[in-house]
Design a protein around this ligand. Sequence first.
Ligand code: NDP
Length: 287
Amino acid sequence: MSAKILYGKDFAAQIKESARTEVDKLKNQFNVTPGLAVIIVGENPASQVYVRNKHKTCEELGIKSEVVALPETTTKEELLAKIDALNADKTIHGILVQLPLPEAVKAHSDEILNRIDPLKDVDGFHPMNVGKLVTGTPALVPCTPAGCIEMLDLAGIEIDGKRAVIIGRSNIVGKPMLHLLMARHATVTVCHSHTKNLPEITREAEILVAAMGKPKFVTADMIRPGAVVVDVGINRIAPKKLVGDVDFDAAVEVASAITPVPGGVGLLTVAMLMKNVVTAAKLQLGV
Ligand code: NDP
């Protein structure tokens, strides 16, 4: 058996197209242009690529984009003051602080992220938005796990009643993924570095989500024949070589559907960010 390959490009294009339609509606009906501000501190090259990509996608969809580039020496107080100003700015509907922050302010990451107005928290990291997700009234949801669900829906893959296993319990991927899958009536197990007999558990999964950050860790014998495999991992194993958490070449022979790395889930994250900016604008307008 050779699995269906779920290319992120096709799904991302559909998500962006629907965001563009919503942007046009907000402009035509309410005379509002959704706006995103991305704060980047320091010169991390990977972060600069991500921020450029977000800016370019905003421009493509007619979303106002403001990149706030601050020097490495920026203090916590200066960052908080910038967030306060953006919280008060009526032309900005979404605020995102590009992570990781430089060493000098890294220890204050939570305080900095929590300063963002929950209605403008397009990364979905604010405790208020986390709480809403957990209690089943999601508002703004972290982009990567939300993108995985959107992709499964667009691919016509049923979630209801399925046995799902997630490897990874981070606040950014694993935990929100648990709540999103559970809200869609999957029966979910979350595994982590203390989990015993991991392959035994992953072999039960009809939907297997790998989000651990360990190159090619998930081997074919860990996958139930016919499972849907969502590989969130992005691991650089050589200057120009990215691989996922799943041994793709072997897994493709066992799974019924699988996302590649690169070219899979990674492409959905920015598309979902655009969707979140539109959602944030609507929440602020009360429409
Ligand atoms: P974290 O490092 O925050 O979390 C990794 C998780 O994997 C932890 O819960 C850890 O367990 C678990 N883990 C590590 N080793 C093992 C193991 N041997 N067995 C079982 N569980 C293990 O990573 P993130 O969640 O932030 O990211 C995960 C991956 O997804 C990374 O490769 C990252 O680059 C990628 N990613 C991709 C995105 C995108 O596509 N746009 C966005 C975000 C992330 P424990 O909690 O016990 O330490």
